[in-house]
Design a protein around this ligand. Structure first.
Ligand SMILES: [Zn+2]
Length: 424
């Protein structure tokens, strides 16, 4: 399959520059010059479009779009334990499939081509990715007191079963271990996760130091910060993705500044649940890898990485009273290349020959983007995400002129409203 993006602007190049981008199979095979033996099956006229790498949403719970705008304006612990968990307990795997697909639709529509999921319905996120062509890093949420805990064993078994299933479907999925948090996983279970991650060379995906309560409880129970506690369990020696990291001490920054560790900041979720503003500028200054996530649609309440980029940049500037706290270029990098690298998918996140063609096209003909002095600034500060017109994942067109090519949108709306009717 050969695709030409004709007369396109590549984000980050000279503003007036336009060129042609060639895609062969899953990869970018040429820029500005037709590669040998190229044959085009499809040509997209991009004379008013900009191409950039697909956005990488490094933290979400895709099935939870079913709880969007269901439990708002309540404190964090009430939100999680009194409102969200009871609905989760009533969901069936089929419900979760439709929730996953709804989230994938929203992500594709707003330019996300890869997401990291922590979920509780084995196979359903994988099936939704396989059916839609979406790329994801899937982690089955793990909880329990210790490694012999019956529930924990069951979830581990499901995680590995899901990996095998994922490989059999050919979905664009990789797999990681997902211990939920230090307040839902006991010390022995976390040590076990660390051992399994080392044995199988798997990444670990965990929520960490999201709330003041979590920080204070960890200090009281272990005499250590949450970051120090993970270090003591060996987990910071693994490839690890730490969602949130809002509450950090001076010493924590040094422990986090390592190539195998990435912090996923989720500014909207932290703001909405009144958990505060993560010290992103300071993390970057101290050499910590930072990437971006939306968290779930139940705490955001959207999965729109353009909205997330804008908020991240704005609140870092506002919070530090420094207009240079996070530039538009830095923000785009965090939402693309840094995310891809954090997930071990370094082949994504760039528009360059040889790279995987996870690309999004942005329609420049929107009043909120004009005049086009600086596209990067326009995309971070002025765009809404709805300017995304076309999306390619691994060279496959999953949205063309704002129409989904792999998902029946009407059916997803119908099925998800039917599920929501049960919880009204
Ligand atoms: Zn989360």
């Amino acid at each position: 399959m050969g695709i030409i993006l004709k007369n396109v602007h590549i984000l980050g190049t000279e503003e007036s520059e336009r060129t042609d981008v060639y895609i062969t199979g899953s990869r970018i095979s040429g820029i500005g010059k037709e590669p040998p033996m190229f044959s085009a099956d499809e040509q997209i006229d991009c004379s008013h479009k900009t191409v950039m790498p697909g956005l990488v949403n490094c933290h979400t719970h895709a099935y939870m779009s079913l709880m969007r705008n269901y439990a708002d304006d309540v404190p964090f612990h009430t939100w999680l334990f009194d409102r969200i968990v009871p609905v989760e307990d009533a969901l069936t795997p089929e419900d979760a499939y439709w929730g996953n697909l709804l989230s994938i639709m929203e992500m594709i529509r707003t330019g996300t081509t890869t997401f990291t999921d922590m979920q509780m319905f084995p196979r359903m996120a994988v099936k939704a990715c396989a059916d839609s062509g979406m790329r994801a890093v899937i982690t089955r949420g793990l909880q329990g007191s210790n490694r012999n805990d019956e529930g924990a064993q069951k979830r581990f078994a499901q995680a590995f079963d899901e990996m095998a299933y994922g490989e059999s479907t050919g979905a664009n999925c990789t797999f990681a271990l997902g211990p939920h948090a230090i307040y839902t996983c006991g010390e022995d279970l976390l040590r076990y996760v660390s051992e399994v991650a080392a044995e199988r060379d798997m990444m670990v995906n965990i929520h960490l130091t999201e709330t003041q309560k979590e920080f204070d409880d960890c200090m009281a129970e272990h005499g250590m910060t949450p970051v120090e506690y993970l270090k003591s369990l060996g987990l910071l020696d693994r490839r690890i993705l730490l969602a949130h990291c809002v509450y950090l001490t001076d010493g924590d920054f040094d422990l986090l500044a390592a190539p195998n560790i990435a912090v996923v900041t989720n500014p909207a979720s932290n703001a909405k649940l009144a958990n505060g503003i993560a010290p992103v500028r300071e993390m970057l200054r101290r050499g910590v890898n930072v990437c971006l996530g939306t968290d779930s649609a139940a705490s955001n309440n959207a999965l729109n990485m353009f909205a997330e980029m804008r908020l991240l940049s704005m609140e870092q500037k506002a919070g530090t009273k420094d207009a240079l706290a996070l530039t538009a270029e830095e923000t785009v990098r965090i939402a693309t290349k840094s995310g891809a690298e954090a997930l071990g998918l370094g082949d994504l996140g760039e528009v360059a020959v040889g790279k995987t063609a996870d690309l999004i096209l942005i329609d420049e003909n929107y009043p909120n983007l004009r005049p086009l002095y600086n596209r990067t600034a326009a995309l971070v500060y002025s765009a809404t995400g709805m300017e995304v017109s076309d999306v390619l994942i691994g060279g496959r067109i999953v949205m063309r002129d704002c129409n989904f090519t792999t998902i029946d949108a009407e059916q997803v709306y119908y099925e998800t409203e039917k599920i929501a009717a049960r919880f009204r």
